[in-house]
Design a binder for this molecule. Structure first.
Ligand code: SF4
Length: 522
């Protein structure tokens, strides 16, 4: 799809002479480049090493997966602590940033490079409109906060010192801290006490002396001219002396995040102004357009060898037990197929390859469709074989161009024409009337008015996949809690961007919850 050979372009910087992280000649004597000294970054300097087109795309997609999860958590009103819990496993999987002591130098640089470049690639993707910019800034700032909290106190201090050229923060000495600790406690003690208790998950009880001791252990104070921290001064939450405010570590993050956010806002506008220059490059623009078109361009990969699929056959897919794991789009399609013994083309495609994705093999699929189409006597087996069998085999790549079709993700489903009368494809969160959707949600067991309202709010904002993720959470609350209490594997609660992801997560949760129930009995 893209030219792999580098093209020299007049007026564009060509980086042939720069050493590459991938070049074997330099593997033996690396030292971590200044750009990647810290695990956290304000991303001030643009990167200038070469990466391949595959890395360009894959790194951007991996970062996007994390930003999508953050967006989804915020839309579902998760607390900062819950957002952190949700994205930690994703960070480890897609964008790890290991401390330099835990890995060899080359791997450390590679991880940091991926983080750095992916941020810059997504700047190109999300700088094009006010709406995209504000989404990107909001989610990147949350990511920055989470990552800052994951740093060791020493690393936090090193990060601030590394950025002293823009922050002009000055740490006070341990001696000065000990001399002023009573005053710091009087000014910030209450706020910090509440924060320590909240961080411990409300398991700590602290008296004043214990709080003071924790402040000595945990807090590194910086001294700032009071006009830079007017908000904190006016809320009387920090100690002031001679025109300087003393800010403990726990209150510094807010300031850092504001700095990060303002920086990014300014730079995204500049990036947007520079975008026309990219138009000379016919390799990158389609890629960037594709990434910005929809957050859910990150594909969920359907695993057809999954052990959970072994019990899927023509009969079991019509059972309540299996259908209880379907998302609303799939259950709506299948219920209507089972009642009317027919589905029009788009419905057959959407349901057919969804079923293929959950593990229905081609022979069982032919059996399933022929039973459903012929069971009320409106169609003979012969007609089915003549008119529809080919279509089923085609879905499995056994006819025509022999394409092994993948199940549609939510973005693909939402990009198809809306269903007209007697059609049932599409996404019910978009296509149902409010009354029909409320009724369906109630049938799924969601009766609480507040929950229903929050789902309707998501639908009103056209956040259909967020509504679906919320429904998944509400309808699987028991299993999620029980699976997490047990000894079974923790099932990652991801944003639902694919009907088959919904199905797989639902089944995994059921298995995990029953495994933990078994282990509790024994
Ligand atoms: Fe199906 Fe996706 Fe709509 Fe959920 S959001 S109902 S999985 S299309």
């Amino acid at each position: 799809m893209f030219r792999q050979v580098k093209r020299k372009t007049a007026g564009r910087k060509n980086f042939e002479d720069k050493p590459s992280i991938n070049s074997s000649s330099e593997t033996s004597e690396f030292s971590i480049p200044k750009l990647f000294t810290s695990r956290l970054s304000f991303y001030d300097l643009p990167p200038n090493q070469e990466i391949t087109l595959e890395e360009f795309e894959q790194w951007a997609i991996d970062r996007l997966k994390i930003l999508i999860e953050i967006e989804s958590c915020v839309a579902r009103s998760k607390t900062p602590k819950d957002v952190e819990l949700s994205i930690k496993p994703l960070l480890l999987k897609y964008l790890p940033l290991s401390p330099a002591v835990n890995l060899d130098e080359k791997s450390v640089i590679k991880e940091r490079m991926k983080d750095y470049y992916s941020h810059f690639i997504l700047r190109l993707v999300f700088c094009r409109s006010e709406e995209l910019r504000s989404k990107f800034i909001k989610n990147e700032t949350i990511l920055f906060r989470v990552r800052y909290n994951l740093l060791q106190p020493k690393e936090q201090q090193e990060f601030v010192e590394l950025n002293s050229y823009k922050l002009s923060w000055k740490y006070i000495s341990p001696k000065e801290k000990n001399e002023l600790i009573d005053k710091f406690f009087a000014a910030s003690g209450n706020i910090l006490k509440q924060q320590y208790i909240a961080d411990s998950g409300d398991t700590l009880t602290l008296n004043n002396e214990q709080t003071k001791q924790m402040m000595i252990q945990k807090e590194n104070f910086i001294k700032l001219p009071f006009e830079k921290i007017t908000q904190l001064v006016s809320s009387r939450s920090i100690y002031l002396q001679d025109g300087f405010g003393y800010l403990p570590t726990s209150l510094q993050l807010k300031l850092l995040a504001t700095e990060f956010q303002n920086n990014l806002n300014q730079i995204l506008i500049k990036t947007f102004q520079a975008i026309p220059r990219l138009e000379e490059d016919d390799r990158l623009l389609p890629l960037l357009n594709n990434l910005s078109r929809n957050f859910s361009s990150c594909q969920y990969e359907v695993d057809l060898d999954n052990e959970l699929t072994s019990d899927i056959n023509a009969l079991s897919v019509t059972s309540k037990q299996i259908m209880s794991h379907y998302p609303l789009c799939a259950s709506h399609l299948q219920k209507n197929l089972m009642t009317s013994s027919h589905l029009k083309y788009l419905g057959r495609q959407q349901l057919g390859i969804f079923l293929k994705g959950i593990g229905l093999n081609v022979d069982e699929a032919i059996k399933f469709w022929s039973q459903q189409f012929t069971k009320n006597g409106n169609m003979s087996q012969e007609t089915f074989n003549k008119q529809y069998k080919y279509n089923v085999r085609h879905q499995y790549g056994l006819e025509g161009a022999r394409i092994n079709y993948k199940p549609w993700d939510c973005a693909t489903i939402l990009s198809k024409p809306k269903p007209s009368s007697k059609e049932y494809h599409g996404c019910p969160y978009r296509d149902f009337s409010q009354t029909q959707l409320t009724q369906s949600l109630e049938e799924m067991g969601i009766k609480n008015q507040q929950d229903l309202n929050s789902i309707m709010d998501n639908v009103g904002n056209q956040d259909y996949t967020i509504a679906c993720t919320r429904v998944f959470e509400l309808t699987h609350q028991k299993e999620i809690m029980s699976a997490h209490k047990g000894t079974g594997p923790i099932i990652q609660q991801e944003h639902i961007s694919h009907p088959n992801l919904y199905f797989d997560r639902s089944r995994q949760l059921e298995r995990s919850a029953s495994a933990s129930a078994d282990s509790n009995k024994s």
